[in-house]
Ligand binder design. Structure first.
Ligand SMILES: [Zn+2]
Ligand SMILES: [Zn+2]
Length: 208
C-alpha cells in the first residue's frame, strides 16, 4: 500500500525510491490518497502503466469527482500548468475507518480544509504513533481548489484530539517530525492569521 504517489513529473523519482526499498510497481496493490491534487496523485497513471495488474485508488468521496474527471481546477493542476489524467476510483476512504496494510492498521481521519476531501492517517509503529497529514498541515489555501478556513480550523482541532508522537506531511523532505503534537498545536494557532494578497504561485520566480 502506498500513501499518495506524487506527480507525473515526479514519477521517475518515485520509481527510484521504491527500487531503493526493493519494491517494484507491481508489488503495490493500492494507493491511498491524502487528497485529490495533481502533485499527490497524477503519477498514478504512470504507476498503473508500469504495474501490469490491478492497482486500486482509494480517496475520500469529497475529492473523488475531480480525480475521475481530471478537473484542472479542483485537482490544482492549473497551478502547475499540466493536465490531470482522469483516474478511476476503486474505493472510498471513510472517516474513522481502519484500513489494514499487512501487519499495520491505518486509521482514516477526514480533515477537510486544504481540500474538501483531505484525509489524514494515524499509523501505529514500533517507534510510536505517526500522523500522516498530507497537506492538512502547512498546505496552501486557494478558493479554486475548494479550500475552507473554517473547516480547516476544525480539522486541526480534530487532530489535536488524538495522540501521536511523530508526523509527516505532504511538502516535506523525506523525514519524520518529532514532538508532533506541539507542532500541530503551533500550526493551529498560525492558521489563517495573515493573508498576503501579493503572494505569487510557487511555480513563478518572485521579483519585486
Ligand atoms: Zn494539495
Ligand atoms: Zn500538495
Amino acid at each position: 500500500m502506498l500513501i499518495d504517489c506524487g506527480s507525473s513529473e515526479g514519477y521517475p523519482d518515485l520509481r527510484r525510491n521504491l527500487a531503493a526499498l526493493g519494491i517494484a510497481p507491481g508489488d503495490i496493490r493500492r494507493v491511498l490518497a491524502t487528497h485529490g491534487h495533481w502533485d499527490h496523485l497524477s503519477g498514478f497513471a504512470s504507476l498503473r502503466a508500469d504495474h501490469g495488474g490491478m492497482l486500486e485508488l482509494y480517496i475520500h468521496e469529497a475529492d473523488r469527482a475531480q480525480v475521475e474527471q481530471g478537473d484542472p481546477e479542483r485537482t490544482a493542476a492549473f497551478l502547475y500548468g499540466k493536465p490531470f489524467p482522469p483516474l478511476p476510483v476503486a474505493g472510498l476512504l471513510q472517516d474513522g475507518e481502519t484500513v489494514r496494510a499487512g501487519a499495520f492498521a491505518l486509521t482514516v481521519l477526514h480533515t477537510p480544509g486544504h481540500s474538501p476531501g483531505s484525509v489524514s492517517f494515524l499509523l501505529d509503529t514500533n517507534a510510536g504513533r505517526v500522523l500522516i497529514a498530507g497537506d492538512t498541515l502547512w498546505g496552501g489555501y486557494h478558493p479554486r481548489v475548494g479550500s475552507d478556513l473554517e473547516a480547516w480550523s476544525q480539522s486541526l482541532d480534530k487532530l489535536l484530539g488524538h495522540d501521536f508522537d511523530l508526523l509527516t506531511f505532504g511538502h516535506l523532505p523525506p523525514t519524520l517530525v518529532y514532538d508532533a503534537k506541539t507542532k500541530v498545536a503551533e500550526a493551529r494557532k498560525q492558521l489563517g492569521v495573515y493573508f498576503n494578497p501579493w503572494f505569487k504561485p510557487f511555480c513563478e520566480t518572485f521579483r519585486y
